[in-house]
Write a protein that binds this ligand. Sequence first.
Ligand code: DC
Length: 231
Amino acid sequence: MSPSPRVVAIDGAAGSGKSTLARSLAAALGLPYVNTGLMYRALAAAALREATPPDDDQALVRLARGLRFIVRVEPPGELEVEGYDSSELTSVEVESTVSVVASHDVVRAYMRREQRELGNRHGAVMEGRDIASVVFTDAPVKLYLQAPADLRAHRRAIERSSGQGSDVAAALGRRDERDARTTPHEPAPGAVVIDTSELDPQRTLAVAIEAVRELAPEMLGSGPTASGTST
Ligand code: DC
């Protein structure tokens, strides 16, 4: 039997708190942080740059092959996509096409191979929509974050600090609906469900670290989290 990958898989809908948790958990465990949403966002941005229609799956795979995904491991860093910055990856144009770009099976197959390679090579705290359910079904720790739609929209509006809250809520609702057709908003078998509606980021991190301690204590190593975390 091959050993489990050193991967914590985190899934959840937009605005559920995954990125905040994944980044802080990665720092606590000394692992790279891989936000797989950025990979689909970069592909949507590439398609916009090249005027590739978001429903042309073969052309999208060709574009995906040209993307360079970089993760620094010493010290552990965050996934970056060469040549794409966060303002482009979070633009309104990208947000309105990314769900379509991410809906194609051939695109997802390509991205999943890249994600497996990144996680197997370096270990990772990896977040997305299908990480525990498809990409790393053998991850020793699987987490699923959930929160009500209105709270997720509120968080997204604060994060983006632009536009009316109601615009953000409407855009998020449309994206949610399209995303859910591709990857159902439900926990993978064996995932620990964390409802973040009543939890601040510190408390969410503490709950996640408890899950790691219970399911894969070896991942805590001898770092600052090894002997407990204050909540
Ligand atoms: O997590 P996010 O909002 O940055 O994700 C951007 C888009 O990519 C979102 O519309 C869903 C899609 N996505 C996906 O289909 N599978 C993943 N593993 C990650 C993101």
